[in-house]
Design a protein around this ligand. Structure first.
Ligand code: NAD
Length: 260
């Protein structure tokens, strides 16, 4: 299937590793020019070199900086130029107990996982509307549909973003602009490895046994891959997905137990 997005211009935030990198790679393979961001320059440059190698011919730019900050966003927007496709992503908040989260912890979670995407949407949406084409994909979490107790900061901040864009998506739909959430279940990235390590420490279970136990609880019987995640993201950013908006697409190997 031709996704019809060759030559489009994308900003893929937090994409030196994990799910963001999977999205950058899949979009680049469709001929989309990419600006990749992450905080650490060396890992980001290595990731960009990888994307260039799998998608020769596309332009891959990099911006080292924290996307949760005003400066980080200004640098990313300045480098990317007019953006057709915005993939919002940032590291997730730490796991913990609700008693430990003070105001600063909440503000940090809101900055990274709610307000940064909202600011980037605000900065790019009018350009998309003027050009009558745009795609926004917010990488959130399955916790938007089914909360994960240990990730309370994530449950709260991402639900705030999801609620806000639910209204906005309908407002911009007449202009050829779509906004959707892509909700990862469990993918064996550094993020998940950290979460499982924290859970095994809490329960006292051996680390390898905890990985195997968690994989076995997923109906698909395994964790997801970054490539699978990226390819669905690319489809959601495509010409083919023009009628898909205001949705929250779970990509979790069947883990969410609900019928709807
Ligand atoms: P990861 O730790 O593997 O990669 C995170 C990437 O984001 C890295 O490139 C890192 O450099 C970059 N990054 C982090 N914070 C940043 C910031 N403030 N500014 C710029 N770059 C930043 O994580 P992942 O597993 O790919 O997860 C991506 C998002 O999806 C996270 O918010 C995570 O909580 C969420 N999520 C992941 C899973 C999973 O199973 N992996 C499940 C649910 C939700």
């Amino acid at each position: 299937m031709d996704l019809g997005i060759k030559g489009r211009n994308a900003l893929v935030c937090a994409s030196s590793k994990g799910l963001g990198l999977g999205c950058a790679e899949a979009l680049a393979k469709e001929g989309v020019n990419i600006t990749m961001t992450a905080r650490g320059k060396d890992v980001l440059e290595a990731a960009a070199a990888h994307v260039r190698s799998v998608a020769p011919g596309v332009t891959v730019k990099t911006v080292a900086g924290d996307i949760a900050t005003v400066q980080g966003r200004a640098d990313a927007l300045g480098t990317a130029g007019p953006i057709d496709i915005l993939v919002n992503n940032a590291g997730g908040p730490p796991p913990g107990d609700f008693r430990d989260w003070d105001r600063d912890a909440w503000i940090k979670a809101l900055d990274a996982n709610m307000l940064a995407p909202i600011e980037l949407i605000k900065a790019t949406l009018d350009g998309m509307i003027a050009r009558k084409w745009g795609r926004v994909v917010n990488i959130t979490s399955s916790s938007v549909k089914a909360p994960i107790a240990i990730l309370g900061l994530s449950n709260g901040a991402r639900s705030g973003l999801t609620g806000f864009v639910a209204g906005l998506a309908r407002q911009v739909a007449p202009h050829g602009v779509t906004i959707n959430g892509l909700l990862p279940g469990r993918y064996l990235t550094d993020r998940l490895k950290g979460t499982i390590a924290a859970q095994s420490k809490k329960s006292g279970a051996e680390l390898e046994a905890e990985f195997a136990r968690q994989a076995a609880t997923i109906p698909a019987g395994r964790f997801g891959t970054e490539r699978e995640f990226g390819e669905v993201c690319a489809f959601m950013c495509s010409e083919r997905a023009a009628y898909l908006t205001g949705q929250n697409i779970l990509l979790d190997g069947g883990n969410y137990p609900g019928t709807y």
